[in-house]
Design a binder for this molecule. Structure first.
Ligand code: PBG
Ligand code: ZN
Length: 325
């Protein structure tokens, strides 16, 4: 019998030391951005029913939460506000004393070095739950831009370190860049939700942020999950308009898009591991059907492997704990 010829790939897998030596992708606490839901209502810390382990925290109860985040070595959070009042044009989003602004100021006194990112959108603040101004049941792109700009400037004024516009209006990056620069915030970066799909994975977030659209859906502004080239066009526009960081959202069903963007652009790529992706794992783990730690680390590692430099994830505190062990 002739000798078989083949490569012995298993040589480099034989011990954990070998595997450590040849590992291509490494996860660090520095990669993580922790999303935080802030309540305007006082004295509350409510667990989100569809997101076990995730809380809406009122401004007066933020201290403990922020200290925990900092002590775990997490460098950045992104704030989502849950206001007491909503109206047709999302006034509370650009109120200098609104929930996100007040929370930002509070956090900056507790942890001046924590990078505070502000999600900039209207959907938590509008009574109809859409991400912009409504005319004839349609979100009016150009009428929405000035309101987004006002929100961004107000957030920067409160001390936000990064502005993260998420409503998928055309021209939002250039509008916000101009507004920030004019107001003197030339140093505040824009982390654009450049590629955001109209996804069923946002369900639990909408419970947490009380931001479900009251009629219709978001398909006239968020992208069709079937499209890849459209993602390139969206990202291209945001890069040209001056986005400093590019988000792909959701993460797990869109790893191909992340890889595309990483290969095409020089900006840091950010994966948003969204609420539904969190809840699916939590539910299965609580049933004992999967090993939570192993499955989370595998999934987050796959996002890095696909090209993400940073990962926004509700698992950030757990991951930081596991990495510190
Ligand atoms: C909307 C917004 C969404 C999320 C954050 N901001 C999506 C939506 O409701 O359409 C989802 C985040 C998540 O699911 O974790 N501006
Ligand atoms: Zn929105």
């Amino acid at each position: 019998m002739t000798e078989l010829q083949f490569d012995r790939h298993r040589r480099l897998r034989q011990t954990s030391a070998f595997r450590d030596l040849v590992r291509e992708t490494h996860l660090h606490t520095d990669d993580l951005i922790y999303p935080l839901f802030v309540l305007e209502e006082q004295g509350k810390k409510n667990e989100v029913p569809s997101m076990p382990g995730v809380y809406q925290v009122s401004i007066d109860r933020l201290d403990e939460e922020i200290e925990e985040i900092v002590s775990l070595g997490i460098k950045s959070i992104i704030l989502f506000g849950v206001p007491n009042h909503k109206d047709h044009v999302g006034t509370e989003a650009y109120n200098d004393e609104g929930v996100v602004q007040m929370a930002t100021k509070r956090i900056k006194t507790i942890a001046p070095h924590l990078v505070v990112m502000a999600d900039t959108c209207l959907c938590q603040f509008t009574d109809h739950g859409h991400c912009g101004v409504i005319h004839d049941e349609y979100v009016d792109n150009d009428a929405t831009l000035p309101l987004l700009v006002k929100a961004a400037v107000s957030q920067a004024k409160a001390g936000a370190d990064v502005i993260a516009p998420s409503n998928m209006m055309d021209g939002f990056v250039t509008a916000i860049r101009h507004g920030l620069d004019e107001a003197g915030y030339t140093n505040v970066p824009i982390m654009s939700y450049a590629v955001k799909y109209a996804s069923a994975f946002y369900g639990p977030f909408r419970d947490a942020a009380h931001s479900s659209p009251q009629f219709g859906d978001r398909k006239t502004y968020q992208m069709d999950p079937a499209n890849r080239l459209e993602a390139h066009r969206e990202a291209q526009s945001d890069v040209e308009q001056g986005a400093d960081l590019l988000i792909v959202k959701p993460a797990l069903s869109y790893l191909d898009i992340m890889r595309d963007l990483k290969d095409r652009y020089d900006q840091p790529i950010v994966a948003y591991n969204v609420s539904g992706e969190y809840s699916l794992i939590k539910a299965a783990a609580q049933n004992g059907w999967v090993n939570e730690q192993e499955i989370v680390l595998e999934k987050i590692t796959s996002m890095k492997r696909a090209g993400a430099d940073l990962i926004m994830t509700y698992f950030a505190k757990d991951i930081a704990r596991w990495l510190n062990e």
